[in-house]
Write a protein that binds this ligand. Structure first.
Ligand SMILES: NC(=O)c1ccc[n+]([C@@H]2O[C@H](COP(=O)([O-])OP(=O)(O)OC[C@H]3O[C@@H](n4cnc5c(N)ncnc54)[C@H](OP(=O)(O)O)[C@@H]3O)[C@@H](O)[C@H]2O)c1
Length: 280
């Protein structure tokens, strides 16, 4: 499969991001090298990891083993919830670069706003310093509701390039997506497959059958055609290949509307206003 098939989306700082990547949440550290290498060999060039996933080392080993040019790759990591204080954030970022074996990442995110901790503005200041140093080519946030973003806009300078939030057919997250779009922020849809649960939905199964594709492929197409970035995770090599094979099908407006209508506001993860866990 050729990587030229993967579209890129422009970000608000002049860089761009591959719209399809490979997610690594819950990939055990000891399996990460081989699975990320499988993804890179399949053609994925965008890898989404995080300090809290404890698998940055395996991502770095896969990057080293793949022998690709650095500028062919797009690597995202995220700030550990324990490190919103400025000096902690700067030190944690240095450790990420060292663990990944990289001189820069393409995107560095605040993982959660942690409203009760009340330090995301301070953390964003650290990310602005990192961005100014060139060691993160873009910076963004994750799990930010519009009111968290408004707070950030009021007190800081750089507008986040992305907002990575939970989105899948059972959680359209339309208010956040619309706010992001209105402010030039690209939405990244985490748990794009709803961790697999939405794949048995009869509407998804019917549309997949109509197109001769799998339910996962149809759901991922829905995200791509809505303009979001996705990085499905799988530890199964055949699914890693399946989730990359998305560019020979186009969903109709009726298919898109039918999947969008499945929204029932059902979250898999925590609500961003309620998540304040700083455990590592
Ligand atoms: N910023 C955040 O707070 C946050 C939170 C959650 C996730 N994320 C990011 O988003 C990425 C994706 O989300 P996610 O890992 O939560 O969930 P996901 O990608 O929606 O779903 C992963 C699950 O779906 C299964 N699966 C994958 N491809 C499949 C296919 N083709 N057919 C059937 N089942 C399939 C996987 O099984 P197997 O692995 O057993 O094959 C796994 O159980 C994460 O890895 C992470 O990078 C970010």
């Amino acid at each position: 499969m050729s990587t030229t098939a993967i579209p890129s989306l422009p970000l608000n700082n002049g860089t761009s991001i591959p719209q399809l990547g490979f997610g690594t949440f819950k990939i055990p550290p000891q399996d990460t090298r081989d699975l990320v290498l499988t993804a890179l060999e399949t053609g994925y060039r965008h890898i989404d990891t995080a300090q809290m996933y404890r698998n940055e080392a395996g991502v770095g080993e896969a990057i080293a083993a793949a022998g690709l040019e650095r500028d062919e790759l797009y690597i995202t990591t995220k700030l550990n919830n324990a490190f919103h204080a400025r000096d902690d954030a700067l030190a944690a970022f240095d450790r990420s670069l060292e663990t990944l074996g990289l001189e820069h990442v393409d995107l560095f995110l605040i993982h959660w706003p942690l409203p009760a901790v009340g330090k995301f503005v301070e953390a964003w200041g650290a990310l602005e310093e990192i961005y100014a140093s060139g060691r993160a080519r873009a910076i963004g946030v994750s799990n930010f509701q519009p009111h968290h973003l408004r707070h950030l806009f009021a007190d800081t300078t750089v507008v986040p390039a992305v907002n990575q939030v939970e989105v899948h057919p059972w959680l359209g997250n339309e208010e956040v997506r619309a706010f992001d779009a209105e402010h030039g922020i690209v939405t990244e849809a985490w748990s794009p497959l709803g961790r697999g649960a939405v794949l048995e939905d009869p509407t998804v199964v019917r549309i997949a059958t109509d197109h001769g594709k799998t339910p996962a492929q149809v759901v991922l197409r829905w995200h791509l055609q809505r303009g979001d970035v996705v990085f499905p995770k799988s530890v199964t090599p055949s699914r890693i290949a399946e989730n990359f094979d998305l560019f020979d099908v186009e969903l109709s407006q009726a298919d898109m509307a039918d999947i969008t209508a499945l929204d029932r506001g059902e979250r898999i993860g925590s609500h961003p206003d309620e998540m304040n866990n700083t455990g590592r």
